[in-house]
Structure formats: structure tokens, C-alpha cells
Design a protein around this ligand. Structure first.
Ligand code: CTP
Ligand code: CA
Length: 226
């Protein structure tokens, strides 16, 4: 049972988790964001802390409150999330990137509220690509065990496996989204993949999924050390 297995591995381990969306400001009253409640990342952080892990949670804007056992760093943008990760990843055993990071940010956010004009029916925003946080961690020479998520609306397994390989992750959690699935839900289903292992987690509350995911990571890490 996971309540026995989890503390056995996670007791005293250091875990870094990102959660929630990032908001990229357009002007003082508008932003570009992702549909993400942060529930999955917060559940992972809480379950790991309950199992005795030392947990740092880096969270984008969400309406959740983290457990007192979790050290939480609140950020807004992808840039800020990257900086917080860079300050915290070094002595971690495992990094789980559950955040829905905005892929692009506004090149030059307006200092004042943008006013609509009468003479133009459309408007164009100039966007630039954000840094890929999980990829950055996976590129470091000394690095934790790196677990990413893949949110997909189609070709779940193929796209997720591409991300596992391209970003040089140790594990990917593939996650079907859209159509009322995944984002902002209490339940979800996950397909966990490493280079050699596969595990299907059927629809369950995110706290249950968090336990199963942390147990699978433990299994894979113990296996890797043999
Ligand atoms: N991720 C990240 N930094 C980014 C974008 C994504 O750390 N700038 C992480 C997410 O936290 C997740 C993984 O990368 O763990 C995959 O995110 P996803 O949005 O599914 O994939 P992308 O690589 O951004 O590709 P796309 O959105 O085009 O599918
Ligand atoms: Ca993305």
C-alpha cells in the first residue's frame, strides 16, 4: 500500500515542484494565462510533504493554499518561475514540473492600460518565446530526477514521448486536456512514461494520482540504483 511505501522512499528526500499557470502581463489590467488550477501540483507537494519529504513549491497565481508543511514561493510570470527554480533546484533529488507555463510572453508590456481605438477593428500583440523551465533543469550537469507533464488534446502518447525525448526528461506524465478533462478538474487520468517503463493511472482524484505518481517515481529511482 502507498501509505507504507511512500514514507519509506520520500522521508528526507528533497522535492521541488512547480504548479499553476503563469501570467504574462499585456498591460496593468490584462494578461495572457493558461487554464490551470494548480490542483495537481499542490496535491503532489502535499502528499510528498506528508510522506516526510522536504518540499519547495513554486506556484503561479492560483486560488489554493498550500499545506503548512510545504515551503511555497509565489511567482507570476514564466521568467519569475524560472528564477525561483534556478535558486532552488540545486540540492533537490526530484523536480516535478506540473506548472502550465505560458509558452509566450508579450515582448513589451504596456505601462499604461491599452485603450481601444475607433479606427482599428483588430489589434496585434507582439509575443516572444518564454524559457523552457523543465528543459533548462534537464540540461544541467548536476541535476535532480526530472519529471515533466504533457498536456495534450490529441495524440497523447506520441506527443508526450516526443517531449520526454526532446527535453531529456526522466519521466513524463501525459495528461489529456480539453473537453472538460484535465485542467481545473478534481479528477484526472495520467499516463506515466520513462524510457523503459509505462504506467497507466485511470481517472481518480488528484490526491490519489499524486500518491501513485510519487510511488512510481520511487519505484523507478530505486530500480535505477540497482
Ligand atoms: N514547461 C516548462 N516551461 C515552459 C513550457 C513548458 O517548464 N516554458 C514544462 C511544463 O511544466 C511541462 C512540460 O514542460 O512539464 C510540457 O509542457 P507542455 O505545455 O505540455 O509542452 P510544450 O513543450 O510547451 O509544448 P506545446 O505546448 O507546444 O505542446
Ligand atoms: Ca506549452
Amino acid at each position: 500500500p502507498t501509505w507504507q511505501i511512500l514514507p519509506k522512499f520520500w522521508q528526507g528526500k528533497r522535492l521541488l515542484v512547480t504548479a499553476g499557470p503563469t501570467y504574462e502581463d499585456i498591460d496593468p489590467v490584462r494578461f495572457i494565462g493558461n487554464k490551470s488550477s494548480g490542483k495537481m501540483g499542490y496535491a503532489i507537494a502535499e502528499v510528498a510533504a506528508d510522506a516526510g519529504a522536504d518540499v519547495v513549491l513554486i506556484s503561479g497565481p492560483v486560488s489554493l493554499k498550500a499545506s503548512d508543511k510545504v515551503q511555497t514561493v509565489l511567482v507570476r510570470s514564466a521568467q519569475q518561475m524560472l528564477e525561483a527554480v534556478q535558486q532552488n533546484y540545486a540540492d533537490c533529488d526530484v523536480f516535478i514540473s506540473a506548472a502550465a507555463v505560458a509558452d509566450y510572453r508579450v515582448a513589451t508590456p504596456n505601462l499604461q492600460k491599452i485603450k481601444k481605438t475607433d479606427d482599428q477593428d483588430g489589434m496585434t500583440l507582439n509575443l516572444v518565446k518564454n524559457p523552457d523551465i523543465v528543459k533548462w533543469v534537464a540540461e544541467q550537469v548536476t541535476k535532480p530526477y526530472v519529471v515533466g507533464f504533457a498536456a495534450e488534446t490529441e495524440r497523447l502518447e506520441a506527443y508526450a514521448r516526443d517531449k520526454l525525448e526532446c527535453k531529456k526528461l526522466d519521466m513524463i506524465c501525459a495528461n489529456s486536456v480539453g473537453d472538460g478533462k484535465g485542467f481545473e478538474q478534481d479528477d484526472n487520468a495520467l499516463l506515466l512514461m520513462t524510457k523503459t517503463q509505462h504506467k497507466n493511472l485511470t481517472n481518480a482524484p488528484k490526491s490519489r494520482l499524486a500518491k501513485s505518481l510519487l510511488a512510481f517515481i520511487a519505484e523507478c529511482l530505486v530500480e535505477a540504483k540497482k
